[in-house]
Design a protein around this ligand. Structure first.
Ligand code: ATP
Length: 363
C-alpha cells in the first residue's frame, strides 16, 4: 500500500535567523497533516544561507538551482544577516532560486485573522480578504542597469525596468485565472502609466488585451499611489490585485501592516507551468533581534505550509491547517509575544497540532 501513497519531495531551506525555528515548527505541522490525510512528505534539508556564505563565500553551491529542480516544492525560511549586505544574501539565494526556476508569479494572500486587531478600525479590518499577484521575474527588479563614471562628479547609476510581452501576458493571465477562482471574480490592475509612459503603458496595453478573454471578471484599474489609500480606506472593495514587481513589493508590505503582524503572512513563488518546483515562504525576515530566544511566531510558516499543500492539490489538509490557525488566533489564549501573548514557538506549535486534531474530529 505504501507504494501507492501520494508522496511529495520537499526541499527545506530554513536559511538565516528565526528561519530555522519557524521552519522546524512548520515541518511538524506538515508531518501531522500528512499522517492525517494519507500522503507522505519526504523532506531534504539544505543548510544554505549566510552561515554557508561565511564558510564558502557563496550563499548556495553553484549547482544549487539544478539540485532543487527535481523537488515538488521548496519550503523556505528567511534570509538576511546583520553582517552581510542584503544585496548579497537576497540575490545569492532567494532571488537566484526564484529567477533560476522561473517562479514568475508571487502570490500573497492577506486576511486579518479572527481575534487579531490590526491598525484599521475593526469593521474595516474585517473586510480585508485580498490576494496580491506580483510579477516576479522582470520589471523593475530585472537587474538591468549599471554605474558609470565611478567616483567622478558625473557618476551615474541606473536600473532599467524591463517589461516583455511574454512576461506581462503570462502574469496577467495567471492573475485573471486566480481572480476567476475566487467567489467575487474581481481583479484590480495596478499601474503608473500616467507618469511612466513607455513600460507602464505597454503593461496596460498587454493587460487590456488579456482581460478581453475574461469577460466574467469585474476588472478595474488603479494608479499605484491611489491604490495605497484605497487599501486603507476601502479595503472591502479589493479582491485580487495584479501589480509589477516593485509596486507589488510595496503594496504587500502595506498589506501585512494592515493585517496585523509580520509574523503571520505567507507567500508563494509559483511556476504555474509546473515544469519546476515552486517556493513557499513566510513573509517575515530573519529577525535577528529575537533569534535563538524560542519566541518567534510560527504562524506565518504554518500558513506557508497550507499554501504549499494547496498547490499539491491537498485541499483538505490545507484547510485543516488554516482552520487550526484561525482557532488559535480567535481563541487567543496561546499566542506568541508579537501578537500580544507570552507563548513560546513550541507552545504555539503544540496548540496548533491540537487544534488540527480537534478540527478533524469535528469534521
Ligand atoms: P530582514 O532584513 O531579513 O527582512 P528584518 O529583521 O529587517 O529582517 P523582519 O525580520 O522581517 O525584518 O522583521 C522585523 C521585525 O519584526 C523583527 O526584527 C522582529 O522583531 C519582528 N518579527 C518579524 N517576524 C517575526 C516573527 N515570525 N515572530 C516574531 N517577531 C517577528
Amino acid at each position: 500500500m505504501g507504494g501507492f501513497m501520494r508522496t511529495y519531495k520537499i526541499a527545506v531551506i530554513p536559511g538565516d535567523g528565526i528561519g530555522t525555528e519557524v521552519i522546524t515548527a512548520g515541518c511538524e505541522v506538515l508531518d501531522a497533516a500528512a499522517a492525517a490525510f494519507g500522503f507522505q512528505l519526504d523532506f531534504e534539508h539544505f543548510d544554505w544561507g549566510s552561515d554557508y556564505y561565511r564558510r564558502t563565500g557563496k550563499m548556495m553551491p553553484d549547482d544549487g538551482v539544478e539540485r532543487l529542480r527535481s523537488f515538488d516544492a521548496i519550503y523556505f525560511g528567511a534570509v538576511g544577516d546583520p553582517h552581510i549586505p542584503d544585496a548579497v544574501t537576497l540575490w545569492g539565494l532567494r532571488l537566484a532560486i526564484c529567477q533560476g526556476l522561473d517562479q514568475y508569479a508571487n502570490v500573497r494572500p492577506t486576511r486579518l485573522l479572527p481575534g487579531l486587531t490590526g491598525p484599521l478600525r475593526p469593521e474595516l479590518g474585517a473586510e480585508i480578504d485580498w490576494v496580491i499577484v506580483r510579477e516576479n521575474s522582470e520589471g523593475e527588479y530585472a537587474g538591468i542597469g549599471g554605474r558609470a563614471h565611478p567616483g567622478l562628479p558625473l557618476e551615474v547609476g541606473m536600473d532599467v525596468a524591463v517589461f516583455t510581452r511574454g512576461g506581462v501576458e503570462r502574469i496577467c493571465r495567471f492573475a485573471c485565472d486566480l481572480a476567476r477562482s475566487r467567489p467575487r471574480k474581481k481583479l484590480t490592475i495596478v499601474t503608473k502609466s500616467n507618469a511612466q509612459r513607455h513600460g507602464m503603458v505597454f503593461w496596460d496595453d498587454i493587460c487590456r488585451r488579456v482581460i478581453a478573454d475574461y469577460s466574467d471578471l469585474e476588472v478595474d484599474w488603479m494608479l499605484v499611489d491611489a491604490m495605497t489609500t484605497r487599501m486603507v480606506l476601502k479595503p472591502g472593495t479589493i479582491d485580487t490585485v495584479l501589480a509589477t514587481n516593485l509596486h507589488a513589493d510595496i503594496l504587500s508590505d502595506l498589506a501585512s501592516a494592515v493585517a496585523g503582524s509580520l509574523g503571520i503572512g505567507a507567500t508563494a513563488n509559483l511556476d504555474p507551468s509546473r515544469s519546476g518546483p515552486s517556493m513557499f515562504e513566510p513573509i517575515h525576515g530573519s529577525a535577528f533581534d529575537i533569534t535563538g530566544k524560542g519566541i518567534a511566531n510560527p504562524i506565518g510558516s504554518f500558513w506557508t505550509a497550507a499554501l504549499m499543500l494547496e498547490h499539491f492539490g491537498e485541499a483538505d489538509a490545507a484547510g485543516n491547517i488554516m482552520q487550526a490557525i484561525e482557532t488559535t488566533t480567535r481563541d487567543g489564549r496561546i499566542l506568541p509575544p508579537d501578537l500580544g501573548g507570552t507563548a513560546r514557538t513550541s507552545e504555539v506549535t503544540r496548540r496548533m497540532l491540537d487544534a488540527m486534531e480537534k478540527a478533524r474530529a469535528a469534521a
